[in-house]
Design a protein around this ligand. Sequence first.
Ligand code: T5A
Length: 222
Amino acid sequence: MKGLFITLEGIEGCGKTTQLRLLSEHLEQRGAGVTVTREPGGTPLAEALRGLLLDPATGGISPLSELMMYAAARAQHVDAVIRPALDRGGVVLCDRFCDSTLAYQGGGRGICMDEIRTLNALATGGLAPDLTLLFDLPVETGLARSGRRGAPDRIEGEPADFHRRVRDAFLDIARAEPRRITIIDASAPVEDVFRSVCAVVDGLFQTRQNATLGGSAPPDRA
Ligand code: T5A
């Protein structure tokens, strides 16, 4: 089986990191080799950029600079971590990826979506997830959850309207790509959300297995 690339997306406090941990354990129990990683981050350079991007002390970053910083972190991450893990045939679980840039820098900051798509394609060499789980819930619920963790980071601290635009953009992206993106109701309790996650991911594994047994090759990854 070729590697499998799964991304988890959503607004602040949607619970994707909690689900990523549970999903990683679930897949490891099934014998899969799992790489768990995140964006921005996953390499020393990208983690350093993450620090700058999220630290309120960094202050104002122009929307275009912010976009380029996320893209620079992604290019390094794909090259050093994601592609090698997929080439080894492993499962990569990534906390955020290109859809976050479309939602936050496109929906939130108002940068042209097509220009972001072009930059994303450049940064990833055209790599796209096999499956994206979008954890959706009302902005107020998400911000209340993330607020319980302490002081907001540079992006969490944006006004509620910003986060509403981000949520709307995520939902638009999901509607445009229903085959890749599954929307999960993230307002439910952790165990219920996880049941939905397992149903989708186990279904994908089954489909892959059937395709392998049936001898049909999975589609080429760009
Ligand atoms: N960003 C990122 C961009 O602007 N552009 C980009 O291109 C990219 C890649 C990254 C920031 O950068 C921005 C987006 C972000 O602002 P991040 O660490 O991914 O930072 O940001 P967060 O969304 O804040 O991620 P977190 O891991 O901090 O939060 P999660 O994943 O939303 O949620 P989680 O699982 O940590 O849960 C949050 C709290 O809720 C509880 C948890 O116990 C925790 O306390 N919780 C639940 N409570 C009730 N019911 C449930 N079902 C719950 N699930 C979790």
